[in-house]
Design a protein around this ligand. Structure first.
Ligand code: IPM
Ligand code: MG
Length: 353
């Protein structure tokens, strides 16, 4: 029997409710495919600030690094927004990504057929969209030096080294080989030196993947193309800040932020989390959509644990729940046969497995 050590960070707001549903589904899929998960829970974000005055305790860093993979809920909330920036949950998150070495952030944007009407774009534009944004996560302008501010000016530095670009490019090309065999690299090479280096390096690495078609696009045009004709994209490869922006844009093609998972991978460990936030306004009400988190657990099985059949089983169970018309409140207006709460949605997906 395969055995995996999974670290769990439930976080703040709706984090605990949605992670519980993902664990429920993992346990069922584990039973079916003879996989044993042992879970260890750690604190991060606002709950860690409340418990020990630090959004990212050392125990969390050590525990997650020692695990096979981490399942993460969401962090943050108005309660901690007025703290100095270094103490805020977001700073803990950036430090966490860096400490974990998770340089590759995979953010899929796909459209469930049953929900084509939920998007603000026309069904004819979004039907069949299946994009994977590969965002570099621990470099670029988020971390570049020098940075700072005084009374008169503020400054940050967008910097990438060749090895940083090479390793993220490999991730994108390898993923493309398993998907639609296309990589579109997004940059601003008409203006930025760092983007010229990015483009040169991606072209050089791309030559090692003759089966993948490589194209390049300026980020402003990419923002436009995502709305005009999103089906043209398969893998979109980009740096930290462009990826931050484009992945939010891409997520809206699907119509609901409650559905999309993400993976942050590196050489040491990997972190799987929904792309949505901690939604403090609906925390504890039992109405949050757990699908993005359950889908993140599926990505964990697929990309970290290589349990492809188990991952497929979860994905199919989610699709069946959608097809059968079960909807949480956020999607009640789109083809609901029955509106269910967070825990019932978890039960339905688990029983579909
Ligand atoms: C994201 C978020 C974070 C980011 C924030 C919360 C620091 O927007 O994960 O996309 O900018 O990376
Ligand atoms: Mg973002």
């Amino acid at each position: 029997m395969a055995n995996y050590n999974i670290s769990i960070i439930k976080g703040d707001g709706i984090g605990p409710e949605i992670v519980d549903e993902a664990i429920k589904v993992l346990n069922v899929v584990g039973k079916k495919f003879d996989i044993n998960f042992s879970y260890n829970e750690y604190l991060m974000g606002g709950c860690a600030i409340d418990a020990c005055g630090n959004p990212l305790p050392q125990e969390t860093i050590d525990g997650v690094l020692a695990s096979d993979a981490c399942l993460f809920g969401a962090i943050g909330g108005a309660k901690w927004d007025n703290l100095p920036r270094e103490l805020r949950p977001e700073s803990g998150l950036l430090r966490f990504r860096k400490e974990m070495g998770v340089f590759a952030n995979l953010r899929p944007a796909m459209v469930y057929d049953e929900l084509v009407d939920a998007s603000s774009l026309k069904p004819s534009v979004i039907q069949g969209v299946d994009i994977m944004v590969v965002r570099e996560l621990i470099g670029g302008i988020y971390f570049g030096e020098p940075k700072g501010k005084d009374e008169f000016k503020g400054w940050n530095t967008m910097v990438y080294t060749v090895p940083e670009i090479e390793r993220i490019a490999h991730v994108a090309f390898k993923l493309a080989l398993k998907r639609g065999k296309k990589v579109c690299s997004i940059d601003k090479a008409n203006v930025l030196d760092v983007s010229q280096l990015w483009r040169d390096t991606v072209i050089r690495i791309g030559a090692q993947y003759p089966d993948v078609e490589l194209t390049h696009m300026y980020v402003d045009n990419a923002a436009m193309q995502l709305i005009a004709n999103p089906r043209q994209f398969d893998v979109m490869l980009t740096g930290n800040i462009f990826g931050d922006i484009l992945s939010d844009e891409a997520s809206m093609l699907s119509g609901s932020i409650g559905l999309l998972p993400s993976a942050s991978t590196g050489e040491k460990t990997a972190v799987y989390e929904p792309i949505h936030g901690s939604a403090p306004d609906i925390a504890g009400m039992g109405i949050a959509n757990p699908i993005a988190t359950i889908s993140s657990a599926s990505m964990m099985l697929r990309y970290s644990l290589n349990e492809i059949k188990a991952a497929d089983a979860i994905d199919n169970a989610i699709k069946k729940a959608m097809k059968d018309g079960f909807r949480t409140k956020d999607l009640a207006a789109f083809g609901a046969v029955e509106v269910v709460n967070t825990s019932k949605m978890g039960d339905i997906i688990a029983s579909n497995i």
